[in-house]
Design a protein around this ligand. Structure first.
Ligand SMILES: Nc1ncnc2c1ncn2[C@@H]1O[C@H](COP(=O)(O)OP(=O)(O)OP(=O)(O)O)[C@@H](O)[C@H]1O
Ligand SMILES: [Mg+2]
Length: 325
C-alpha cells in the first residue's frame, strides 16, 4: 500500500481576485472594483487542496517563501489535509507567487508575478517522497521555468517506480510553446490541457486536428472545454461529458479542480466516462464560489451540489463518493 494516492510538485500562489470592474480600464484614472477575494492559488496547490478535500491522500512539494502569503497558502493546504512534509525551504529574496485576476462580466484578465513558481528546481525535489504514490500530477509546465528542463526525467523516474503520471501544461505566457514538451509527453499517462492549450501545443488551429494529433502521443488525452464540459480520447475511443448549468461566480481554478475530480476518480479505478463526469462535476462546482478552493471548503454545500447534479455520476462508481471530512 503506497503512502499517497496522488503526489504533486509545483506552484503555490496567492490569488487576488477583483470583481465588479469597469469593462474598459483607462490608464491614469482611479478605477473602482466592487468586491475582492484573496484565495489559495497556483494550479498545483488548487488541485492538491481539492483532491484532499475529496478524500484522496495527497503529498505536495511546493517552493515556500518566507512571507505571510506562503503562510496563508500553507494554512489552507494543511486544513484540507495535504501533506507538506517535503516542502522546499524558502530561498533568499524570493517571494510567494502572486496572481491578480480581474474578473469582468464575460472575460478575465490574469497577471502573475512568478516568485516561488519559477524558483522550484529538480534538485529541490525528494523523488522518493513523490514516488510513494499511485499517481503524480504536474501543472503549469510553462510557468515553472526552473523545473521545466527536467520535467522529462522527473516523469520518467516516477514512472520507473510504477507511478502513473499526468500533466496540465496551462497557458504559456510567452506564447512560444517551446521547452521539452515532446519529450515530456513520452512519459505521460494523461495530458490535460484546455481547448486553447490543446491547439497551441499541437500547432493546430482546429480543435479536432489538435485532438487527433495529441491523442496519438499520449495514452489518455483529456481536453477541458469550459462551460461545454470535457472530451477524452483513449486508445482511439472518444468520450465526452457535457458541462453542468451553474451560476458562475468566477472560473478561477476550474480547470485545476476538474483535474482534481478526474484524478480522484482515476486513482479509484473509475472508467474514463466516470472520471470525465467527476471532473465536470468538480469543475462546475468550483465556479460557484470565488477562487479555486473556496467552494471545496464549504462541505455541506458541496454535498448538496453533488447530490443535486452528480448522483448519476457516483452511484455507479462508489469509490468516487466524497468521504466525510
Ligand atoms: N461556466 C461553466 N459552467 C459549468 N462548468 C464549467 C464552467 N467553466 C468551467 N467549467 C468546468 O470546469 C472545467 C475546466 O474549465 P476550463 O475549460 O475553463 O479550464 P481551464 O481553462 O484549464 O481553467 P483554469 O483557469 O483553471 O486553468 C470544464 O471542463 C468544466 O467541467
Ligand atoms: Mg487550466
Amino acid at each position: 500500500m503506497r503512502r499517497f494516492d496522488v503526489t504533486l510538485a509545483g506552484d503555490i500562489t496567492l490569488d487576488l481576485v477583483l470583481y465588479g470592474l469597469p469593462e474598459e480600464l483607462p490608464v491614469e484614472r482611479e478605477l473602482l472594483a466592487a468586491g475582492m477575494a484573496m484565495e489559495l492559488g497556483g494550479s498545483a496547490a488548487i488541485t492538491a487542496h481539492n483532491l484532499a478535500r475529496l478524500g484522496s491522500r495527497v503529498g505536495f512539494i511546493p517552493q515556500l517563501a518566507d512571507d505571510p502569503f506562503t503562510e496563508l497558502c500553507v494554512n489552507g493546504l494543511k486544513a484540507a489535509g495535504v501533506d507538506l512534509s517535503a516542502s522546499v525551504n524558502p530561498k533568499p529574496g524570493i517571494a510567494t507567487g502572486l496572481t491578480v485576476l480581474l474578473q469582468h462580466e464575460q472575460v478575465r484578465r490574469s497577471l502573475t508575478c512568478s516568485g516561488t513558481i519559477s524558483a522550484l528546481r529538480y534538485e529541490d525535489l525528494d523523488l522518493q517522497y513523490l514516488a510513494q504514490a499511485r499517481h503524480f500530477h504536474l501543472s503549469s509546465f510553462y510557468l515553472q521555468s526552473g523545473l521545466q528542463p527536467d520535467v522529462p526525467r522527473l516523469l520518467a523516474a516516477l514512472r520507473h517506480e510504477g507511478v502513473t503520471t499526468s500533466m496540465d501544461t496551462n497557458d504559456d505566457p510567452s506564447g512560444d510553446w517551446q521547452g521539452p514538451i515532446g519529450e515530456s509527453l513520452q512519459h505521460l499517462d494523461i495530458l490535460m490541457p484546455n481547448e486553447r492549450e490543446a491547439c497551441s501545443l499541437s500547432g493546430e488551429a482546429d480543435l479536432e486536428a489538435a485532438i487527433e494529433k495529441l491523442s496519438a502521443k499520449v495514452p489518455l488525452l483529456v481536453v477541458k472545454c469550459g462551460a461545454s464540459g470535457a472530451i477524452a480520447v483513449q486508445n482511439g475511443r472518444r468520450y465526452s461529458a457535457p458541462g453542468l448549468a451553474v451560476h458562475v461566480v468566477d472560473m478561477v481554478g476550474a480547470g485545476d479542480t476538474f483535474n482534481a475530480g478526474f484524478l480522484h476518480a482515476y486513482v479509484n479505478g473509475a472508467s474514463v466516462e466516470k472520471c470525465l463526469q467527476m471532473g465536470n462535476l468538480c469543475g462546475a462546482y468550483s465556479t460557484t464560489a470565488s477562487g479555486g478552493t473556496r467552494a471545496f471548503c464549504e462541505l455541506e454545500r458541496r454535498g448538496q451540489f453533488f447530490k443535486k447534479h452528480g448522483s448519476a455520476y457516483f452511484d455507479a462508481a462508489k469509490p468516487v463518493t466524497p468521504v466525510a471530512q
